[in-house]
Design a protein around this ligand. Structure first.
Ligand SMILES: C[S@@+](CC[C@H](N)C(=O)[O-])C[C@H]1O[C@@H](n2cnc3c(N)ncnc32)[C@H](O)[C@@H]1O
Length: 287
Protein backbone atom coordinates (compact mmCIF):
# COMPACT_ATOMS: atom_id res chain seq x y z
CA UNK A 1 0.00 0.00 0.00
CA UNK A 2 1.46 3.33 -1.04
CA UNK A 3 0.01 6.78 -1.55
CA UNK A 4 1.66 8.82 -4.29
CA UNK A 5 1.35 12.54 -3.54
CA UNK A 6 -0.25 14.55 -6.35
CA UNK A 7 1.37 17.76 -7.73
CA UNK A 8 3.91 17.49 -4.94
CA UNK A 9 6.53 20.01 -6.07
CA UNK A 10 4.00 22.55 -7.42
CA UNK A 11 1.80 22.55 -4.33
CA UNK A 12 4.68 23.14 -1.94
CA UNK A 13 6.37 25.67 -4.24
CA UNK A 14 3.31 27.94 -4.06
CA UNK A 15 3.53 27.94 -0.25
CA UNK A 16 6.87 29.84 -0.34
CA UNK A 17 8.19 27.72 2.51
CA UNK A 18 10.64 29.69 4.68
CA UNK A 19 13.01 28.69 7.51
CA UNK A 20 11.26 28.92 10.83
CA UNK A 21 7.78 29.11 9.24
CA UNK A 22 4.73 27.30 10.62
CA UNK A 23 2.60 25.46 8.03
CA UNK A 24 -0.76 23.73 8.26
CA UNK A 25 -1.27 20.45 6.41
CA UNK A 26 -5.04 20.11 6.71
CA UNK A 27 -5.08 16.69 4.99
CA UNK A 28 -2.00 14.80 6.17
CA UNK A 29 -2.79 11.39 4.57
CA UNK A 30 0.48 9.49 4.20
CA UNK A 31 2.46 12.64 4.94
CA UNK A 32 3.99 13.12 1.47
CA UNK A 33 3.29 16.85 1.22
CA UNK A 34 4.29 17.45 4.84
CA UNK A 35 7.63 15.73 4.20
CA UNK A 36 8.22 17.97 1.18
CA UNK A 37 7.50 21.10 3.29
CA UNK A 38 9.90 19.92 6.00
CA UNK A 39 12.60 19.19 3.43
CA UNK A 40 12.21 22.59 1.76
CA UNK A 41 13.41 24.77 4.64
CA UNK A 42 15.35 24.12 7.79
CA UNK A 43 13.56 24.64 11.08
CA UNK A 44 10.09 25.06 9.63
CA UNK A 45 7.34 23.07 11.33
CA UNK A 46 4.00 21.55 10.35
CA UNK A 47 0.70 21.34 12.20
CA UNK A 48 -0.77 18.20 10.61
CA UNK A 49 -4.44 17.22 10.64
CA UNK A 50 -6.36 14.22 9.41
CA UNK A 51 -9.84 13.12 10.39
CA UNK A 52 -8.79 9.50 9.87
CA UNK A 53 -6.93 8.04 12.89
CA UNK A 54 -5.34 5.41 10.62
CA UNK A 55 -3.80 8.15 8.41
CA UNK A 56 -2.26 9.73 11.50
CA UNK A 57 -0.68 6.39 12.47
CA UNK A 58 0.70 5.80 8.96
CA UNK A 59 2.07 9.34 8.66
CA UNK A 60 3.67 9.23 12.13
CA UNK A 61 5.58 6.15 11.01
CA UNK A 62 6.53 7.73 7.63
CA UNK A 63 7.69 10.97 9.26
CA UNK A 64 9.56 9.45 12.22
CA UNK A 65 12.78 11.33 11.45
CA UNK A 66 10.91 14.66 11.64
CA UNK A 67 8.85 13.96 14.75
CA UNK A 68 10.06 17.05 16.61
CA UNK A 69 8.94 19.34 13.75
CA UNK A 70 5.42 17.96 13.25
CA UNK A 71 2.45 18.07 15.60
CA UNK A 72 -0.24 15.55 14.74
CA UNK A 73 -3.96 16.03 15.31
CA UNK A 74 -6.72 13.54 14.55
CA UNK A 75 -9.24 16.22 13.65
CA UNK A 76 -11.55 17.27 10.86
CA UNK A 77 -10.02 20.42 9.35
CA UNK A 78 -13.29 22.24 10.04
CA UNK A 79 -12.14 22.04 13.69
CA UNK A 80 -8.64 23.33 12.98
CA UNK A 81 -8.99 26.00 15.71
CA UNK A 82 -8.48 23.23 18.28
CA UNK A 83 -5.07 22.46 16.77
CA UNK A 84 -4.06 26.05 16.01
CA UNK A 85 -5.00 27.33 19.47
CA UNK A 86 -4.75 30.93 18.29
CA UNK A 87 -1.42 30.47 16.46
CA UNK A 88 -0.91 32.16 13.07
CA UNK A 89 0.37 30.12 10.12
CA UNK A 90 2.67 31.01 7.20
CA UNK A 91 0.94 28.64 4.80
CA UNK A 92 -1.87 26.10 4.51
CA UNK A 93 -2.28 23.08 2.31
CA UNK A 94 -5.40 21.07 1.44
CA UNK A 95 -5.06 17.91 -0.67
CA UNK A 96 -8.70 16.90 -0.73
CA UNK A 97 -10.57 13.63 -1.01
CA UNK A 98 -9.44 10.15 -0.09
CA UNK A 99 -5.97 8.63 0.01
CA UNK A 100 -4.88 5.42 -1.68
CA UNK A 101 -4.65 3.85 1.80
CA UNK A 102 -8.36 4.50 2.30
CA UNK A 103 -9.37 3.45 -1.24
CA UNK A 104 -7.31 0.27 -1.12
CA UNK A 105 -8.48 -0.78 2.34
CA UNK A 106 -11.19 -3.25 1.35
CA UNK A 107 -12.91 -3.11 4.72
CA UNK A 108 -13.76 0.58 4.46
CA UNK A 109 -16.18 0.38 1.57
CA UNK A 110 -14.84 3.25 -0.60
CA UNK A 111 -14.34 0.99 -3.61
CA UNK A 112 -16.70 -1.33 -5.48
CA UNK A 113 -13.79 -3.56 -6.55
CA UNK A 114 -14.08 -5.72 -3.41
CA UNK A 115 -17.01 -6.69 -1.19
CA UNK A 116 -17.16 -4.60 1.97
CA UNK A 117 -19.85 -3.18 4.23
CA UNK A 118 -21.17 0.16 2.95
CA UNK A 119 -19.21 2.33 5.36
CA UNK A 120 -17.19 5.13 3.59
CA UNK A 121 -16.62 7.14 6.76
CA UNK A 122 -13.21 8.84 6.66
CA UNK A 123 -13.36 9.30 10.41
CA UNK A 124 -15.62 8.53 13.31
CA UNK A 125 -16.93 12.11 13.29
CA UNK A 126 -19.23 11.28 10.34
CA UNK A 127 -22.87 11.21 11.44
CA UNK A 128 -23.95 8.23 9.35
CA UNK A 129 -22.45 5.64 7.02
CA UNK A 130 -23.20 4.94 3.36
CA UNK A 131 -25.38 1.91 4.21
CA UNK A 132 -27.78 4.10 6.16
CA UNK A 133 -28.12 6.56 3.25
CA UNK A 134 -28.60 3.81 0.65
CA UNK A 135 -31.16 1.90 2.69
CA UNK A 136 -33.01 4.61 4.55
CA UNK A 137 -33.17 7.83 2.50
CA UNK A 138 -36.49 8.51 0.74
CA UNK A 139 -36.19 7.91 -3.02
CA UNK A 140 -36.38 11.59 -3.93
CA UNK A 141 -33.60 12.55 -1.50
CA UNK A 142 -31.44 9.69 -2.75
CA UNK A 143 -31.96 10.83 -6.34
CA UNK A 144 -31.04 14.43 -5.45
CA UNK A 145 -27.95 13.29 -3.56
CA UNK A 146 -26.71 11.14 -6.47
CA UNK A 147 -27.44 13.90 -8.99
CA UNK A 148 -25.91 16.78 -7.08
CA UNK A 149 -22.85 15.16 -5.48
CA UNK A 150 -22.23 12.59 -8.25
CA UNK A 151 -23.20 14.77 -11.23
CA UNK A 152 -24.87 11.56 -12.39
CA UNK A 153 -27.28 11.82 -15.34
CA UNK A 154 -29.00 8.54 -14.45
CA UNK A 155 -29.66 9.49 -10.81
CA UNK A 156 -33.44 8.98 -11.19
CA UNK A 157 -33.14 5.45 -12.57
CA UNK A 158 -30.46 4.50 -10.05
CA UNK A 159 -32.45 5.76 -7.05
CA UNK A 160 -35.59 3.97 -8.28
CA UNK A 161 -33.83 0.61 -8.68
CA UNK A 162 -32.06 0.99 -5.31
CA UNK A 163 -35.43 1.54 -3.61
CA UNK A 164 -37.01 -1.45 -5.46
CA UNK A 165 -34.06 -3.65 -4.46
CA UNK A 166 -33.96 -2.64 -0.80
CA UNK A 167 -37.67 -3.43 -0.45
CA UNK A 168 -36.73 -7.08 -1.04
CA UNK A 169 -33.55 -7.06 1.05
CA UNK A 170 -31.28 -4.47 2.67
CA UNK A 171 -28.30 -3.59 0.43
CA UNK A 172 -25.36 -4.53 2.64
CA UNK A 173 -22.18 -4.48 0.56
CA UNK A 174 -20.32 -2.42 -2.01
CA UNK A 175 -20.66 -5.19 -4.58
CA UNK A 176 -24.44 -5.50 -4.03
CA UNK A 177 -24.78 -1.75 -4.52
CA UNK A 178 -22.55 -1.70 -7.63
CA UNK A 179 -24.57 -4.55 -9.17
CA UNK A 180 -27.84 -2.80 -8.38
CA UNK A 181 -26.56 0.37 -10.10
CA UNK A 182 -25.35 -1.61 -13.13
CA UNK A 183 -28.84 -3.06 -13.54
CA UNK A 184 -30.41 0.42 -13.39
CA UNK A 185 -28.45 2.13 -16.18
CA UNK A 186 -28.68 1.76 -19.98
CA UNK A 187 -26.35 -0.69 -21.67
CA UNK A 188 -24.13 1.94 -23.37
CA UNK A 189 -23.38 3.43 -19.92
CA UNK A 190 -22.77 -0.02 -18.43
CA UNK A 191 -20.04 -0.53 -21.01
CA UNK A 192 -18.71 3.02 -20.97
CA UNK A 193 -15.33 4.47 -19.99
CA UNK A 194 -16.03 4.51 -16.24
CA UNK A 195 -17.77 1.91 -14.12
CA UNK A 196 -21.47 2.92 -13.89
CA UNK A 197 -21.22 2.98 -10.06
CA UNK A 198 -18.32 5.45 -9.97
CA UNK A 199 -20.40 8.62 -9.70
CA UNK A 200 -22.89 7.19 -7.19
CA UNK A 201 -20.03 6.02 -4.97
CA UNK A 202 -18.47 9.49 -5.18
CA UNK A 203 -21.82 11.07 -4.25
CA UNK A 204 -22.26 8.82 -1.21
CA UNK A 205 -18.71 9.45 -0.02
CA UNK A 206 -19.15 13.22 -0.29
CA UNK A 207 -22.45 13.07 1.60
CA UNK A 208 -21.27 10.69 4.33
CA UNK A 209 -18.27 12.89 5.08
CA UNK A 210 -20.00 16.24 4.43
CA UNK A 211 -16.96 17.02 2.31
CA UNK A 212 -18.26 20.23 0.74
CA UNK A 213 -19.48 21.68 4.05
CA UNK A 214 -16.14 20.88 5.69
CA UNK A 215 -14.25 22.45 2.77
CA UNK A 216 -16.08 25.79 3.00
CA UNK A 217 -15.51 25.95 6.75
CA UNK A 218 -11.89 24.81 6.49
CA UNK A 219 -10.98 27.37 3.79
CA UNK A 220 -12.48 30.19 5.86
CA UNK A 221 -10.65 29.22 9.00
CA UNK A 222 -7.33 28.75 7.20
CA UNK A 223 -7.62 32.17 5.52
CA UNK A 224 -8.27 33.69 8.93
CA UNK A 225 -5.22 32.00 10.47
CA UNK A 226 -2.74 32.97 7.70
CA UNK A 227 -0.24 35.76 8.32
CA UNK A 228 -0.20 38.61 5.77
CA UNK A 229 1.67 37.33 2.71
CA UNK A 230 0.93 33.74 3.78
CA UNK A 231 -0.13 31.35 1.04
CA UNK A 232 -2.75 28.66 0.65
CA UNK A 233 -2.53 25.72 -1.81
CA UNK A 234 -5.59 23.59 -2.50
CA UNK A 235 -5.76 20.45 -4.65
CA UNK A 236 -9.28 19.40 -5.62
CA UNK A 237 -10.41 16.25 -7.42
CA UNK A 238 -13.82 17.08 -8.86
CA UNK A 239 -15.65 20.07 -10.25
CA UNK A 240 -17.77 20.74 -7.15
CA UNK A 241 -14.69 21.10 -4.95
CA UNK A 242 -12.86 23.17 -7.53
CA UNK A 243 -15.82 25.53 -7.86
CA UNK A 244 -15.91 26.11 -4.11
CA UNK A 245 -12.16 26.85 -4.04
CA UNK A 246 -12.30 29.15 -7.08
CA UNK A 247 -15.25 31.12 -5.74
CA UNK A 248 -13.74 31.36 -2.28
CA UNK A 249 -10.46 32.75 -3.64
CA UNK A 250 -12.34 35.26 -5.82
CA UNK A 251 -14.86 36.34 -3.22
CA UNK A 252 -12.67 36.61 -0.14
CA UNK A 253 -11.26 40.13 0.11
CA UNK A 254 -8.37 38.89 2.27
CA UNK A 255 -7.10 36.66 -0.53
CA UNK A 256 -5.45 37.32 -3.88
CA UNK A 257 -5.40 34.32 -6.25
CA UNK A 258 -1.84 33.39 -7.29
CA UNK A 259 -2.94 30.91 -9.97
CA UNK A 260 -5.06 32.48 -12.75
CA UNK A 261 -5.97 29.06 -14.08
CA UNK A 262 -5.74 25.85 -12.07
CA UNK A 263 -2.46 23.97 -12.33
CA UNK A 264 -2.94 20.40 -13.56
CA UNK A 265 -0.52 17.45 -13.61
CA UNK A 266 1.60 16.87 -16.70
CA UNK A 267 1.40 13.77 -18.92
CA UNK A 268 4.13 11.89 -17.09
CA UNK A 269 2.41 12.35 -13.70
CA UNK A 270 -1.00 11.26 -15.01
CA UNK A 271 0.59 8.24 -16.73
CA UNK A 272 2.25 7.17 -13.47
CA UNK A 273 -0.57 8.01 -11.07
CA UNK A 274 -4.16 7.52 -12.26
CA UNK A 275 -5.50 9.29 -9.18
CA UNK A 276 -3.83 12.53 -10.34
CA UNK A 277 -5.88 12.73 -13.55
CA UNK A 278 -8.65 14.85 -12.13
CA UNK A 279 -6.43 16.99 -9.87
CA UNK A 280 -6.55 20.79 -9.99
CA UNK A 281 -4.34 23.00 -7.89
CA UNK A 282 -5.18 26.60 -6.97
CA UNK A 283 -3.18 28.90 -4.72
CA UNK A 284 -3.87 32.28 -3.12
CA UNK A 285 -2.04 34.79 -0.93
CA UNK A 286 -3.34 36.73 2.05
CA UNK A 287 -3.22 40.45 1.35
C1 LIG B 1 -5.48 12.81 -0.77
S1 LIG B 1 -5.18 12.40 0.89
C2 LIG B 1 -3.82 13.38 1.36
C3 LIG B 1 -2.48 12.82 0.94
C4 LIG B 1 -1.27 13.59 1.42
N1 LIG B 1 -1.24 14.95 0.92
C5 LIG B 1 0.02 12.87 1.05
O1 LIG B 1 0.81 13.42 0.29
O2 LIG B 1 0.24 11.75 1.54
C6 LIG B 1 -6.49 13.18 1.73
C7 LIG B 1 -6.51 12.96 3.24
O3 LIG B 1 -7.33 13.99 3.78
C8 LIG B 1 -8.13 13.47 4.80
N2 LIG B 1 -9.31 14.34 4.88
C9 LIG B 1 -10.29 14.50 3.97
N3 LIG B 1 -11.20 15.39 4.41
C10 LIG B 1 -10.76 15.82 5.61
C11 LIG B 1 -11.27 16.76 6.57
N4 LIG B 1 -12.40 17.42 6.37
N5 LIG B 1 -10.53 16.97 7.68
C12 LIG B 1 -9.37 16.31 7.90
N6 LIG B 1 -8.86 15.39 7.05
C13 LIG B 1 -9.55 15.15 5.92
C14 LIG B 1 -8.42 12.05 4.39
O4 LIG B 1 -8.71 11.27 5.52
C15 LIG B 1 -7.12 11.64 3.70
O5 LIG B 1 -6.25 10.99 4.58
Amino acid sequence: MKHVSVLLAETVEFLNVRPGGVYLDATLGGGGHTRKILETAADCSVIALDRDPQAIEIAKENLKEYENRVSFFNLNFRQMDEALAGRKINGALFDLGVSSFQLDDEKRGFSFRAAAPLDMRMGKDAKYDAGELVNELPQEDLENLIRSFGEENFAGRIARVIVETRKQKRIETTIELAETISKAVPSFYRHGKIHPATRTFQALRIAVNDELGALKEGLNKAAEALVLGGRMSVISFHSMEDRIVKEFFRGEAKLQPVTKKPVIPGDSETAENRRSRSAKLRAAEKV
